[in-house]
Design a protein. Structure first.
Length: 446
């Protein structure tokens, strides 16, 4: 009988931890502040409406040569339009609005009819061109200011690269363009891991932030959830063995932690590679620290509450985590040596899925407001909370970009779970154009 009660407690603890980690509910009832919290990076361009977005036109790519073995004429302009749309700071004008044949123009200022571009409503024009010779391509991409009728120097120089390197050059141009308009270089070319429902299961995938190059990571069949980055590799929880183990790899995996019960919620410590994770080996969910190289395991929390969802600070000196020791789930912080536990969130009754900003000043988390989940940030030093989403379905599981300027999150707005990106200011919020739905648990590589 004693053994049965212990097993039941283990199962309940695992289910509770899974609910916290999956971020079903999460809370913080607070109003959007009038001030920007001290230490929160302000995005230079922060329009208040779609009409205030910078209007930019991207005509079809110019083929200056005779061949196009990789379909660059279609892909280059499409990539630029897609990325600028996702960036959220631009109103990318549809080519359907052009009342003239843009292909008759050239890629220099003197060969551009700026009056036509002004009349379609463009403030800026991006023109891309290429010329293929053997296995290389000459790539030219330019930004023009319609008002001044001049080319804008954003630091991108025409270059000759291998055909496989054309797309990275397009991303480089877009990132420099983002820096010109916002003061912060863009993040196109970086990757986001996420979980998608597929064939009655859940699997881990990776995508570019423009929705390109979707790659399945885990094997189809068993449930695989909660991905986290370890450099260029992913760690995630897999049920392939029948137990929720922490594994790394893709089609062929290596088990990092196979303790009885739950092994999940991994967060890799910057600099050392140590992994903070949730285990239920001792009956309830606790935070442990695992050294993958030596397999040494150290218990960090020790109480009757459920302690889950660890997230390292960028300098590796502290850990944020979720605990229900105060009644409902709240965000706590402790030192890397597992001392100095303190509660960080005091607004709302259900706060989960913390992710520590690479800048160190903020922690993003999911908070439940009434019956809905939304994204909030909390200042680590002051505890000041700012709301980033509201009145658009459930918004949850935020993950910071490598520079701490943006967040990716899952949202059910529109009735189906999809992935969205927003600046740390909360506006604008734009969808990653992935085919399908049922996307959750995003993790931005950093």
């Amino acid at each position: 009988m004693k053994h049965a009660r212990s097993a039941a407690r283990l199962l309940l603890a695992a289910l509770a931890a899974m609910l916290l980690l999956a971020a079903t509910p999460a809370a913080a009832q607070t109003t959007t502040p009038d001030r920007v919290p001290e230490g929160l990076t302000t995005i230079v361009v922060r329009p208040s409406s779609y009409d205030a977005l910078t209007k930019i036109a991207v005509p079809d790519t110019y083929n200056l040569g005779e061949t196009d073995p990789r379909g660059l004429q279609l892909s280059m302009a499409k990539t630029i339009r897609t990325c600028l749309g996702i960036a959220g700071f631009f109103n990318v004008l549809s080519p359907d609005r052009y009342f003239f044949d843009s292909s008759r123009e050239g890629i220099t200022a003197p060969s551009t009819n700026f009056t036509n571009w002004y009349n379609v409503g463009a403030q800026f024009v991006v023109k891309a061109a290429f010329k293929v010779a053997t296995n290389q391509a000459r790539v030219e991409i330019k930004l023009f200011d319609v008002n001044t009728q001049k080319e804008v120097d954003i630091g991108f120089k025409s270059t000759t690269v291998g055909l496989d390197a054309v797309e990275p050059e397009v991303y480089r141009f877009i990132n420099l363009l983002m820096k010109y308009f916002t003061g912060n270089e863009g993040l196109f070319g970086t990757r986001i891991a996420y979980v998608a429902r597929t064939r009655g299961s859940k699997q881990v995938f990776v995508t570019g932030i423009d929705g390109a190059h979707v790659e399945p990571i885990s094997s189809v069949g068993p449930i695989n959830i909660l991905p986290a980055w370890n450099g260029s590799q992913l760690v995630y929880t897999s049920f392939a063995s029948g137990n929720p183990d922490l594994v790394t790899g893709g089609k062929s995996t290596r088990t990092l932690s196979g303790q009885p019960g739950l092994n999940s919620g991994a967060s890799v410590r910057p600099g050392t590679g140590e992994i903070a994770l949730t285990l239920t080996r001792d009956g309830n969910a606790e935070i442990y620290i695992l050294n993958p190289a030596t397999e040494a395991l150290r218990r960090c929390t020790n109480n009757a509450a459920e302690d889950v969802s660890a997230s390292w600070s960028p300098d590796g000196s502290r850990i944020a985590f979720v605990s229900d020791r105060s009644g409902g789930p709240q965000v706590f912080v402790m030192n890397a040596d597992c001392t100095g536990e303190r509660r960080l969130t005091f607004r709302g009754s259900y706060n989960t899925t913390p992710d520590w900003s690479p800048r160190g000043d903020l922690i993003a988390f999911t908070g439940r407001d009434g019956v809905r989940q939304d994204i909030f940030t909390v200042e680590v030093d002051s505890g000041f909370i700012e709301r980033l989403t509201q009145d658009q379905g459930d918004n949850e599981e935020p993950s910071w970009s490598p520079d701490g300027q943006f967040l990716v999150f899952s949202s059910s707005r529109g009735g189906k779970k999809k992935l969205y990106i927003m600046p740390a200011s909360g506006f604008p919020q734009t969808e990653i154009p992935l085919v399908g739905s049922g996307f959750e648990q995003p993790a931005w590589q950093r």
